[in-house]
Structures are given as structure tokens and as C-alpha cells.
Ligand binder design. Structure first.
Ligand SMILES: [Zn+2]
Length: 181
């Protein structure tokens, strides 16, 4: 009889523990949820949808600002040291300004003297794609958004360890969401 009681007590304890664990993991999940941006003028924009976007430039022209359109869809390059993003070390997440695709985390960023926001690693394999760019008599690698194929900047081989890569990005092509927002 005493043995049975002990087993019952043990089971109750275990069940309580299991319940307590579930509650804890639920709480930590809700606090780690990231805020997402919304752009009412741009229906293609989403920080969570990863479905590829394939629309003509005439459509992009309607939903992007003229400055962003020039960089994102016509591979224009903004002036160096534009804004404050290039030397910002605030913790947070960087998204494609045209479609909201997750591109980088702040721990993949480094302050480069080139004057553009620079990163040594992309968030995941699909987030950024590459193609050769031989414009202006230079041989460079163009970096594009993996979701909407918008121009982001270029990839160079003179970055810091551990990758040795330097993703040199146009600040206008990036949306930044601080960690504690
Ligand atoms: Zn994009």
C-alpha cells in the first residue's frame, strides 16, 4: 500500500514537472517573437513569407520609393557614408527593404571603413543569391535578395574571419529592426 502511494506521488510530481516545463517553454517562445514591419504601400512586403516574388519592374515602380527603386531594381549604388547604418552596432535584424526577406543578424555585421553597411555572413543560404557583375570595367559579384531578386550590393573577398567575406550593402536596401523593439 505504501509502495503504491509512493508511485502515485512520484507520478504526480512528474506530471507537475512536465506541465511546468511546457509553461516555461511557452513563455520564452512568446518573448522571443520578433516584431515585423509592415508597408501598406507595398503588398509584397513580409518579414515572414519566404515565397519567391517574381513581378515586373513596372510593378516594383508602383510600390517602392524612387530612391529604393533605383538601387533595388536598377543596381544603382548610393553614396558611401549615407545615413548611420554603416557604423551602427545596435543588436537587431536586417531585412530586404523591397520585400522584407530576412538577410542578416547584427552579429554578422562589422564596421567597415568602406562607408556602406558590411557583413561577413548571410543569415541563411537562401537569403542572398549571387551573380557575376562586369559593369564599369570591374569584375565583381553582385549580391541580390534571395526572395525578390532585388539588388542589395556586392560581395568581396576582403572581409574578416571566420568567412573572409565582405557583403557590402546599400543602406537603403536594408530595413533594420532593433532587438528590443
Ligand atoms: Zn527582397
Amino acid at each position: 500500500m505504501k509502495k503504491q502511494f509512493t508511485i502515485l506521488l512520484l507520478l504526480t510530481c512528474l506530471m507537475f514537472q512536465a506541465c511546468a516545463q511546457t509553461t516555461t517553454s511557452k513563455t520564452s517562445k512568446s518573448t522571443s517573437m520578433k516584431p515585423s514591419l509592415s508597408k501598406p504601400e507595398n503588398p509584397y512586403y513580409s518579414n515572414t513569407d519566404t515565397k519567391k516574388i517574381n513581378i515586373p519592374n513596372s510593378e516594383w515602380k508602383k510600390v517602392l520609393s524612387p530612391d529604393l527603386y533605383a538601387v533595388a531594381r536598377e543596381a544603382d549604388t548610393e553614396r558611401a557614408f549615407t545615413g548611420t547604418m554603416w557604423n551602427s552596432e545596435t543588436k537587431g535584424t536586417y531585412y530586404c527593404a523591397a520585400c522584407g526577406n530576412l538577410l542578416f543578424k547584427s552579429n554578422q555585421k562589422f564596421v567597415s571603413s568602406c562607408g556602406w553597411p558590411s557583413f561577413f555572413e548571410q543569415e541563411n543560404k537562401e537569403s542572398i543569391t549571387f551573380k557575376p557583375d562586369n559593369s564599369y570595367g570591374m569584375q565583381r559579384i553582385e549580391a541580390n535578395c534571395g526572395r525578390c531578386d532585388s539588388h542589395l550590393g556586392h560581395l568581396f573577398d576582403d572581409g574578416p574571419a571566420p568567412t573572409g567575406k565582405r557583403y557590402c550593402m546599400n543602406a537603403i536596401s536594408l530595413d533594420f529592426v532593433p532587438e528590443n523593439q
